[in-house]
Design a protein around this ligand. Structure first.
Ligand code: ADP
Length: 475
């Protein structure tokens, strides 16, 4: 549907800097219409009276339709975001479809409790939807971020207005068509493309919105929190990170290098949980650094369509410029670039204007430097030596963030001790970036509020009502 203000968004191919498509960008007035449609659908019998099992069936049908359109979605997200098509197809699509399937199963399995209080009284709880939910998502996993948000919201019976990121507006439009085809009643899911400052801000502050669920930068989360405060909206925030990865001397070195590499360099480093600070015990520092450098330098960089490419272009020129600026910041603060630290120029003529960056390893940094504290959101990692477990934990926690953390050791006791001590919402033992719809995902400190995925995701999208029953107590 065209936007009332006539604004548009033109999405660019990050590998070529050429336009892919232009879509309508919602104004505050369009957002208001979408929120009112969601409000009307919330109380309309075709959604409210739908048995929970049937709600789950609609979601299952949606997952099947997504499966049938797997290649289309992977093509669009690869094109729009810059990630290699083969990763989009195997990883993003699997995650997106599995998430909808997982939550479709929960739709008729969320119950309240019965609680006996006195012989004459008891209470029961009912889990009810929160209401109209605004969902604001980022550009790094356009489709799967949409499913993380829609899955639990729909399973719990909410209605939704979802705003994709302006950098990646395309795949969610196909999802909207499939939602309609699956048979969801009108108004249950409303997709509005638009700019953060217009459509996003209008959504976060709309008085009829009961909850805002946001994934994106910590700076934007703070703005959204303030906007949502006006009507005291329920809120879930999943924001930035500067996640640590600790390698102890007893670690399996080959595995530690491989996971350390994928933990920061996958998806061009555009991952909120990227393990962007690697702490290596001094006894193994030289060996680790040499193999890690080799791993970083051995990847193929290129456009989204080459099967052998590991790293595609960064999502936008703004992001590309931002990452490059961090190389200058790091150098001016006195850190050293071990490898990378510059744009990457692909051989193909068509990709000469693409937003490619050399994967970069920075050493000789201190914990207080900006490169050690600020989220870069690119293929950039800082390597630090450490001498003791206590020091590694203390320095790992020396950040305003607390999203993920990895620990590499073969010492069982140490693994669990460190996992308990690190300030983060998730810890990977001898691994990095594991993510599964069944497992809660989210951060502590300035990495977020609340959890997504798993059963925790249902709690984020339902509220508990207590009903007190008097069976005969007389005053
Ligand atoms: P980035 O800075 O990497 O683009 P953001 O956190 O700003 O990341 O963006 C994540 C999402 O938040 C996008 O959908 C964006 O449009 C939206 N957004 C940005 N600014 C605002 C705002 N002031 N209010 C609501 N949403 C916003």
């Amino acid at each position: 549907m065209p936007a009332t203000g006539g604004q548009t968004i033109t999405s660019l191919d990050p590998a070529t800097d050429k336009p892919i498509a232009t879509v309508h960008a919602a104004s505050a007035e369009d957002v208001d219409r979408a929120v009112k449609a969601a409000k009307a659908a919330l109380v309309h019998s075709s959604w409210k009276q739908l048995p929970a099992t049937d709600r789950g069936q609609l979601m299952m049908r949606l997952a099947d339709l997504m499966e049938q359109n797997r290649e289309l979605f992977a093509t669009i997200d690869a094109w729009d975001n810059g990630k290699p098509y083969h990763f989009a197809l195997e990883e993003d699509l699997t995650e997106a479809i599995t998430t909808i399937r997982y939550y479709s199963g929960w739709a008729d399995k969320t119950f309240g409790q019965t609680i006996t209080t006195t012989p004459q009284k008891f209470a029961y709880t009912i889990r009810q939807p929160i209401g109209v939910v605004a969902q604001i998502i980022p550009w790094n996993y356009p489709l799967s971020m949409a499913t993380w948000k829609l899955g639990p919201a729909l399973a719990c019976g909410n209605t939704v207005v979802l705003k994709p990121a302006e950098q990646t507006p395309l795949s969610v439009l196909i999802l909207a068509q499939l939602i309609k085809k699956a048979g969801f009643p009108p108004g249950v899911v409303n997709i509005v493309n638009g700019y953060g400052r217009d459509a996003g801000a209008a959504l976060a502050s709309h008085p009829l919105v009961d909850k805002v669920a946001f994934t994106g930068s910590t700076a934007t989360a703070k703005v959204i929190m303030k906007a949502a405060a006006g009507s005291l909206k329920n809120i879930t925030l999943e924001t930035g990170g500067k996640s640590p990865l600790l390698v102890f001397p007893d670690a399996d070195m080959e595995q530690a290098v491989k996971w350390s590499h994928s933990g920061i360099m996958s998806n061009k480093g555009e991952i909120c949980t990227a393990t962007s600070r690697i702490f290596v015990h001094r006894d193994i520092l030289d060996v680790f650094t040499a193999s890690f450098k080799k791993a970083v330098e051995s990847v193929r960089i290129g456009d989204q369509w080459d099967e052998s490419v590991f790293q595609g272009p960064q999502v936008t020129r703004a992001q590309y410029d931002r990452i490059l600026s961090y190389f200058e910041i790091a150098k001016s603060e006195g850190a050293t670039i071990l490898t990378g630290g510059a744009p990457y120029k692909p051989a193909e003529a068509k990709n000469q204007n693409g937003y490619f960056i050399q994967p970069t390893v920075i050493i000789n940094a201190t914990d207080s430097m900006r490169i050690a504290q600020e989220e870069v959101f690119g293929p950039v990692v800082v390597l630090f030596p450490f001498d003791s477990e206590e020091e590694a934990i203390r320095r790992a926690n020396d950040t305003t963030y607390g999203l993920g953390a990895s620990v590499f050791t073969r010492d069982l006791e140490r693994a669990h001790r460190v996992a308990a001590e690190i300030d983060s919402g998730m810890v990977w033992v001898n691994s990095s970036q594991d993510c599964d719809p069944r497992i809660p995902f989210g951060g502590v400190k300035q990495s977020g509020i609340g959890r997504e995925l798993g059963e925790a995701g249902l709690e984020a999208y339902s509220q508990v009502k207590a009903v007190h029953v008097n069976m005969g107590s007389r005053l």
